[in-house]
Design a binder for this molecule. Structure first.
Ligand SMILES: Nc1nc2c(ncn2[C@@H]2O[C@H](COP(=O)(O)OP(=O)(O)OP(=O)(O)O)[C@@H](O)[C@H]2O)c(=O)[nH]1
Length: 227
């Protein structure tokens, strides 16, 4: 039987844990079994029952308390994720193998995990060896996307994950309920964006005058990326 996995990614506070918990509850209602794995070694609280929790393997606080390592929170997290990547057997044992597996992985928010560190890529390759079909779900807080330059920044973060992981990816704007009426109307244009027209939104600012060529090149790159 095929196995399926979603890597739920996105910046800190973008709604990853809420997404996992909501999808799990929805699947319960439609009588599909979906499990969640917490992969954030700094997580303090989440609302869903877990199949596995990386904190059973390693915790950021323990790493930070180790004076010989001398890491702060971000260095500590990277250390934990590298330790995890070197101990993927732990994950294999925790996942076990049930028929028709569908697993959501609630990932940490640090962008460097998706831009240049190999950890998440190693995880994807291992899951694929375990016969999982893996897809990425990249969440971005919609409140940070109602202006063109913020949208481009969010889209670039999502693009980094796509380029580094090379798996199918769905990009999701979260917290739409928090937008004002005006922002809800504004955000429509970002759902199927015409990057070149977005570029002209802020044509009077020094930012776009100075960086117009660069912005244009980035718009060309992001043009095909749907949120
Ligand atoms: N109004 C509203 N609040 C949301 C939504 N999604 C998440 N939140 C809230 O946003 C905050 C952060 O959500 P989390 O699900 O913890 O976000 P996260 O990405 O897992 O956060 P980290 O694990 O810290 O990176 C919480 O207070 C959630 O209740 C949403 O769709 N609407």
């Amino acid at each position: 039987m095929p196995r399926y996995a979603q890597l739920v990614m996105g910046p800190a506070g973008s709604g990853k844990s809420t997404y996992c918990s909501t999808i799990q509850q929805h699947c319960e209602v439609i009588q599909r079994s979906v499990q969640v794995v917490n992969l954030d070694p700094a997580a303090e609280y989440f609302k869903y029952p877990v199949l596995a929790d990386i904190r059973e393997l390693i915790q950021v606080e323990d790493v930070m308390e180790d004076k010989s390592l001398g890491f702060g929170p971000n260095g500590g997290l990277v250390f934990c994720m590298e330790y995890f990547a070197n101990n993927l057997d732990w994950l294999g044992e925790s996942l076990g193998h049930v028929e028709d597996d569908y697993v959501l992985f609630d990932c940490p928010g640090q962008i460097e995990l998706y831009t240049h560190l190999p950890v998440m890529r190693q995880l994807v390759e291992q899951l694929q060896q375990w016969e999982f079909h893996v897809c990425g779900v990249f969440l971005v807080d919609s409140q940070f996307m109602v202006e063109s330059f913020k949208f481009i920044s969010g889209a670039m973060a999502a693009l980094s994950a796509m380029v580094s992981l090379e798996i199918p990816q769905v990009n999701v704007m979260t917290k739409m309920d928090l937008l004002s009426k005006k922002a809800k109307r504004e955000i429509e244009k970002y759902l199927d964006p015409d990057m070149y027209s977005l570029m002209h939104d802020s044509k009077d600012s020094w930012r776009s005058k100075k960086f117009r060529k660069l912005t244009k090149a980035i718009c060309g790159l992001v043009g095909g990326l749907k949120m």
